[in-house]
Design a protein around this ligand. Structure first.
Ligand code: ATR
Length: 270
């Protein structure tokens, strides 16, 4: 029988996950199905339970259910525990294991696909919501020199940085505090791009050598990429590669096989 997987979210119509996972399955010769499921906002737990009862093998979870998935999981990986959010659920003998592959996806996209090493670098992460929280620990595992977390609402940046204070090299601040700072890599994890806005950074924070990474993606350059270019950034990329890499990590968790991501990223760009 074909093993069944799905992504649950709301909205879900534009999800690329079914396409990505069917490309992975074809490439690796795995017999599985993967569908997108639109779940009413107050019915996530019931939908997961129904999916498990029907013999489903694994789920990806997207907005707005990642935190609920974290609460629902019977056990959590260390990464998921720390992220406070789950994007990958594995069903096994009634046990629901929660993982978070977003951070690994971001790190792999930067290091493998864009040849951007994080070790010894000054990293600036913009935003202090779920998207930022999910990638902090995996970024710090790459041994950057410093990691600054800046947010429009300053208190949220300070609070989030405090939660990772055992990792030493992180500090939280507001956008205006960034003036005069030097950052090798700036990662946009804010939701500003959804309304084609950009975080209000002081002039001069983005320099010719700065790598700018937008965790959002779209067919056209994102607002943050366009802004980065106008500020003279050497390199500005979107988060499509991160999307594919986090999916590849989920696929690996479920199937024990690591798909080739480059050809899938290329297919999605086309
Ligand atoms: P997500 O789970 O996608 O991170 P979220 O928890 O709602 O979503 O967080 C959204 C983040 O984007 C927050 O850091 C938010 O800043 P505030 O904490 O100040 O609200 C940030 N954000 C949203 N719109 C923004 C904008 N126009 N400029 C800067 N930051 C913005």
């Amino acid at each position: 029988m074909t093993d069944r997987y799905a992504v649950m979210g709301n909205p879900i119509g534009h999800s690329k996950s079914p396409q990505i996972h069917s490309l992975f399955a074809r490439q690796t010769g795995q017999d599985l199905s993967y569908e997108a499921m639109l779940v009413p906002v107050d019915e996530f737990a019931a939908a997961v339970s129904h999916f498990c009862q029907q013999g489903g093998h694994g789920l990806n979870v997207t907005v707005p259910f990642k935190q609920q998935a974290w609460e629902l999981a019977t056990q959590l990986s260390e990464r998921a525990e720390r992220a406070g959010a789950v994007n990958t659920l594995t069903v096994n003998d009634g046990v629901l294991t929660g993982e978070n592959t977003d951070g690994v996806g971001l790190v792999r996209d930067l290091t493998n696909n864009h040849a951007v090493s994080l070790s010894g670098k000054q990293i600036l992460l913009l935003g202090a919501g779920g998207a930022a929280r999910g990638v902090i620990a995996p970024l710090i595992e790459q041994s950057p020199a410093t990691m600054t977390l800046a947010n429009r609402t300053v208190s949220k940046a300070i609070e989030l940085a405090d939660q990772f204070s055992d990792l030493d090299i992180i500090n939280g601040c507001g956008f205006s505090d960034l003036a005069g700072g030097v950052y090798d890599i700036i990662i946009n994890a804010t939701a500003a791009g959804l309304s084609r806005q950009v975080p209000d950074l002081p002039a001069g924070v983005i320099k010719p050598g700065t790598v700018c990474y937008d965790m959002m993606y779209s067919q056209e350059p994102t607002a943050f990429m366009e802004y980065a270019h106008t500020q003279g950034a050497g390199k500005a990329v979107d988060g499509l590669g991160m999307l594919v890499e986090q999916a590849a990590e989920s696929f690996y968790i479920w199937r024990g096989v690591r798909p080739e991501t480059a050809e899938v990223i290329k297919a999605l760009r086309a």
